[in-house]
Design a binder for this molecule. Structure first.
Ligand SMILES: Cc1ncc(COP(=O)(O)O)c(C=O)c1O
Length: 455
């Protein structure tokens, strides 16, 4: 048998994507519109989608586990979501009024019933905007300039949210007190200084740092499930809630990723039974259209209220497309389906079948590797040979980053060459359109890839 070269297999199958990538690079840096969409040697360029399947420029069919990095929890082109979009356009006679409309407060009411802190809601066009505005509201409310975030947590692609997203081992500082490192070239010194970085799932160190900086800190923002696959330990998230409450720091849960992707309807906060002061949402609440929202307690959100708050002490919030009627229609239709009694049982069943199935084939393969993560998002990690990392206890960015990305890359390109679509080195997402057959086909391919990797 010839040596296993999954990238060569991938390239042999995706010649039209290679050609289009060359062309696209003449107009788009890297041939993509966001760096996260790029992977080497070039990404697959898609042409068509239906349910859980997508087709690329070469006509290859794939089972899609990328699902637009999470929003498509019902799969591509769900008929109920499409019908809601058409109905909105026809009945409103416009895509967008640009003026307030009933749909906004109706969706806000719906979200505030799901997320207890959401006494007031504002819509945005992305998860990035949701966290950006939430942090600004918290700073305005507390009249303090500094915020804290956890190392390895992603909150969107602006300067402060990118602090210490993927810091390398040589610069990131001690485990108990991570340094503030810009993950984008061009980050200002002020942003670095205004952002305290905390170690996830380490309550002693987190408490110590928060107490030390309490007088400067407006907010702590966190992903309750880091990057969709490293859940906060229940004691940890509860302790963060308590200490931020005691110290008078606004606690923001960024549920752009974890929202509606746990085992039941709602956010990770509903699963943990922990109420933050503010919540950020995105992805699923737009049903596949650009969306976001930030929710908070009335007292906090009152800083943007144009009725009660004098202009000179008001926090600015705007956005031409906020509360877009089509987006709200798609989001509402998605939430309607998610609330049906049968939805989560099926989604959990299919997610478990894939996650457990991966774990079976990984265990049989002889690699120290595991599919980790709750609900309908998980990641596949390979331990480095001789490493001490315990894949059953991945607690933070440093643990996850210590895994073997070269082995993972072989697994990824091997699977992509066999008809699975996802972003290499990123989590897998499942949806209600995935069938048992999709999972069986995927597991068979995974088994073959792992055998070739071992040979
Ligand atoms: C937890 C989290 N917050 C914020 C964002 C940013 O959302 P958007 O890409 O819609 O700007 C993301 C995107 O992946 C995310 O996962």
């Amino acid at each position: 048998m010839s040596p296993f070269d999954p990238v060569a297999e991938y390239k042999a199958k995706t010649k039209k994507s290679a050609e289009w990538s060359e062309h696209a690079r003449k107009f788009l840096p890297g041939g993509v519109t966001g760096n996260v969409k790029f992977y080497g040697p070039y990404p697959v360029y898609l042409k068509k989608a239906k349910g859980s399947h997508v087709w690329d420029l070469d006509g290859n069919e794939y089972i899609d586990y990328m699902l637009c990095f999470g929003p498509l929890i019902l799969g591509h082109g769900d008929a109920r979501v499409n019908a809601a979009i058409r109905k909105q356009m026809e009945s409103d006679g416009s895509l967008i009024f640009g003026a307030p409309h009933e749909g906004e407060a109706k969706m806000a009411e719906r979200l505030s019933r799901i997320f207890p802190c959401g006494e007031r809601v504002r819509f945005t066009n992305s998860g990035l905007e949701a966290t950006l505005h939430a942090l600004r509201v918290a700073r305005g409310f507390k009249q303090k300039g500094k915020v804290a975030k956890f190392e390895g947590h992603y909150h969107g692609c602006y300067d402060q949210a990118l602090i210490s997203l993927t810091p390398s081992a040589d610069v990131r500082g001690p485990d108990s007190a991570p340094c503030s490192i810009g993950s984008s070239f061009g980050t200002s010194q002020d942003t670095l200084e205004d952002t305290l970085v905390l170690p996830f799932n380490d309550i002693q160190s987190t408490e110590k740092l928060l107490k030390k900086h309490k007088d400067e800190l407006a907010a702590v923002i966190m992903e309750p499930v880091q990057r969709g696959f490293v859940p906060a330990k229940p004691d940890f998230i509860k302790a963060v809630r308590e200490v931020t409450r005691d110290l008078g720091i606004v606690l923001i849960f960024d549920e752009v990723m974890s929202g509606f992707r746990m085992e039941k309807f709602g956010g990770a906060q509903n699963t943990y039974g922990v109420d933050p002061d503010m919540t950020c949402l995105g992805k699923i609440i737009g049903g596949g259209l650009p969306s976001g929202a930030f929710l908070g307690k009335q007292e906090i959100m009152s800083v943007i209220d144009p009725i009660t708050r004098p202009k000179d002490t008001r926090v600015f919030h705007g956005g031409t497309f906020n509360g877009h009627p089509t987006v709200l229609a798609a989001g509402n239709a998605t939430l309607d389906v998610l609330q049906l009694a049968e939805t989560y049982p099926y989604l959990n069943k299919i997610s478990d079948k894939l996650r457990n199935g991966f774990n079976d084939v990984l265990a049989r393969s002889g690699f120290d590797a595991k599919a980790v993560g709750p609900g309908s998002t998980f990641n596949v990690l390979f331990a480095k040979k001789g490493s001490k990392v315990d894949l059953d206890d991945i607690r933070d960015y440093r643990h996850a980053a210590s895994c073997d990305s070269a082995l993972r890359a072989q697994f990824d390109y091997g699977l992509m060459a066999r008809g699975m679509h996802f972003h290499p080195d990123k989590p897998f997402y499942t949806c209600t359109a995935h069938s048992e057959k999709d999972v069986d086909v995927t597991l068979k391919a995974a088994e073959e890839v792992l055998k070739r990797m071992k040979a």
